[in-house]
Design a protein around this ligand. Sequence first.
Ligand code: SAH
Length: 321
Amino acid sequence: MFFDVPDWKVGRPVSEEEALAARKLEAKKLRGNRPSKNVSFAEAREGRAQARPQGKRVPRPAPEKAAPQPDRAVSGLAKVSKPADTIESKLKAKLSGSRFRFLNQKLYESDSKTALAYFQENQDDFFRYHEGFQEQTKKWPTNPVNVFIDRICGLLKSKKAGKLVIADLGCGEGRLGLDVARMAKEMERPGVLVHSFDLVACGDHVKAASMTAVPLATGSVDLVIFSLALMNTDFCKALKEANRLLRAGGEVWIAEVESRFDGGTAGIDAFVQKLKPLGFQLQGRVDQSHKVFVLMKFAKTHDSAGHASSVSLKACKYKKR
Ligand code: SAH
């Protein structure tokens, strides 16, 4: 079960009041050192803010290397300042955890149109969400996106020639696209191409678009990836869009949290059945060998006939730590 991961506690969602209080406290803390309205909180926090034009996408800056720490065993100053640092860093972690949970809940409770509008308006929040998301991934026994990257690597090794067009929908920071592009270059496979989409483009390797309206031609994709990305209330529209994008026989790979399927294995079976009218047939068995995650591979059997609005999954919530 998803909840079995000791550090990934799931349960009560963040209340609006808690989220508001946390936002106010954070805004108050940051107001003093935030140089401009057009600068992300992350940039301001890290002291490398640069003004940018309103509404333009800002590539996420590469993380700076931490300054070397004084040797605590020999530095009296370091020893004295340690308790204050600890309190501050604990407070920071609490605030960013609270913001992450609030945004996570927002993504699960919004339809795709609202989610796109929100993150386009509040791009700082997208980066904050991913700071929190990356923190969570460190505690997972396996990161599903890594499993998918490994499988694509296997595919490239086994399929010596030909093209492979992949669409990673809800790609986050777009690591799958970057890793696969690097592998394809090393293997001299120019026909391998990954298109990465998310609500905000964190760099040139990602395009901003909702997974319900992807700017790619019908039947132009061999493989669609949804790695922990079926979040919005209308995610069935994204599955229909995947069907449109895929050529006949193309595949969709889905990774989700097991606890999102109501009734465990029965819920997973029901999900698999409900994808049939959408034109997707499960290939092989559902992979439940990754503890809290479920991985599935479907092939496109026919053009989507609709009737997908009944496909639903429970939201994935993170408990206050
Ligand atoms: N696939 C990545 C990121 C998972 S986090 C990984 O496995 O590491 C889920 C991502 O889905 C978030 O970045 C979120 O912004 C994105 N997402 C949610 N709804 C979306 C939508 N309607 N269109 C595009 N991306 C969406």
